[in-house]
Design a protein around this ligand. Sequence first.
Ligand code: FAD
Length: 338
Amino acid sequence: MAEPGASVVARAYAIAEDLLWPAAAAIDRAPAVPVGYLDALAAAGLYGLYGPAHAGGLDADAPSAGRVVAALAGASCATALVWVQHHSAVRLAAAAPPSVRDAWLGRLCRGEVRSGIAVAAMRRPGPPAMTARPLGRGGGWVLDGWAPWVTGWGLVDVVAVAARHGDDLVWSLVDAVGSSSVRVEPQPLAAEAASATVALTLSGHRVEAGRVLAVEAYEQWRARDARGLRHNGYFALGVTERAARLLGSTELAAEAEALATALDEGRDELVAGVRAEASLLAVRATTALVAAGGGGAVGLGDPAQRLARDAMFLLVFGQTPSIRGEQLARLLPGGTRS
Ligand SMILES: Cc1cc2nc3c(=O)[nH]c(=O)nc-3n(C[C@H](O)[C@H](O)[C@H](O)COP(=O)(O)OP(=O)(O)OC[C@H]3O[C@@H](n4cnc5c(N)ncnc54)[C@H](O)[C@@H]3O)c2cc1C
């Protein structure tokens, strides 16, 4: 049976406050998020946040799932970033053909198999960065191309890779292990460096049918993706909530709550504007925290500078042309820069 949303959110806040927030400075400076924190999220069932209850998932409703994202992001954004990449694989596995679903879904929900995702470049116009061609009889595919951002390398077991085949998007699970057909380059980062984010290149990489999660129309995915990007907005609201708490600002907290409510309502036509407002609010709140803290705020042990870097990262994470346009319209005196 699905768990009531409130108890899932309470559990996430308990982990955030008791485990992640006290360790956030150390996590930020670690070469990669220590796996014990991800194990704790798995033990709390949070790898199955969006998974169906019959497969061991929590089947959380969208507003509750958003509050879970906010709780974790406001405690350790790097840990939340690694964890959040997992959920597309869960959702795709839940809708996969039975043999694929049965092989992967339960283990994904329990966090026994942890996934990253390689999809962002599929939002870019022009020739697809990653392509798939059929392997022949048997239903497998051969993948070729490049994904500029894959978070969690070394912390995940598989990566859900999106690749274009004509008008379709092919989703498959690729083992997160270097080989002659799988190469990675670290992405040195000014924020979320512990997220173990790499650029991934696949060269003639074969995936068997049992690893193919979905083949869907590209345009159908675009519509689903636009709706799903709503959830990334809760990252910025979690960071704002934390800064507001440290500042003792009920006004900033109320602004964050109003935007969270707007995201909860899920009106597709408003998402880009709300996402832009949320990311800029996080920048404003964390800037205030730095200003309030004096010189000490830029010390590596101080949460203000870390939260400010989190907010910088959240300007671009899950950014789309329309979110970027809404951000620049608010930031630049002359409106949007093309
Ligand atoms: C630290 C980090 C970790 C990440 N981890 C992952 C991950 O694990 N998996 C994953 O899939 N993604 C990941 N991302 C990708 C992230 O979501 C993208 O940064 C975001 O989607 C924007 O894409 P981009 O950076 O590739 O922008 P680009 O494609 O370089 O474009 C820059 C901006 O311009 C816009 N743009 C591009 N072309 C046009 C056009 N023709 N007209 C108008 N606007 C345009 C884009 O929407 C974007 O806003 C990560 C990013 C970062 C920074």
